[in-house]
Ligand binder design. Structure first.
Ligand code: FES
Ligand code: FES
Length: 141
């Protein structure tokens, strides 16, 4: 069907035109940075979120990945999925959902694992930063 075709074209597009490649200022208190590595291959992913201090909503996201095409595509999907959602919701995004979305073969599962880990690490970093500044995280309000 047309729908199925469009869907697959969009997934393939994450390989050719990754979304949200870039960096935010790490020292910005509204930014959370997740930096993770894959022990299996040594690839590294940095995923950053920008959070609305009042609502806890992720207003923007970006990534830089030094790794294989599947890791880059997984980061791209991850940034698309976290934008506009609550911090406490995105930590439940599973790598298997990302892998399914991109039709990754089993041998590439660890590439999508990087994206799941990076999302969690970014949220953790944001919360740790807020705690250090003595500001309660929006999710606690
Ligand atoms: Fe882009 Fe689904 S095709 S996130
Ligand atoms: Fe390691 Fe893809 S081969 S992240």
């Amino acid at each position: 069907s047309l729908l199925v075709r469009l869907y697959h074209e969009r997934v393939v597009d994450h390989y050719n035109n990754p979304r949200n490649v870039g960096s935010f200022d790490k020292s910005d208190p509204t930014v959370g940075t997740g930096l993770v590595g894959a022990p299996a291959c040594g690839d590294v992913m940095k995923l950053q979120i920008k959070v609305d201090d009042v609502t806890g909503k992720i207003t923007d996201a970006c990534f830089k990945t030094f790794g294989c095409g599947s890791a880059i595509a997984s980061s791209s999907v991850a940034t698309e999925w976290v934008k506009g959602r609550q911090m406490e919701d995105v930590v439940s995004i599973k790598n298997t959902e990302i892998a399914k979305h991109l039709s990754l073969p089993p041998v590439k599962l660890h590439c999508s694992m990087l994206a799941e880990d990076a999302i969690k690490a970014a949220v953790k970093d944001y919360e740790a930063k807020r705690a250090k500044l003595g500001i309660s995280a929006p999710a606690d309000v």
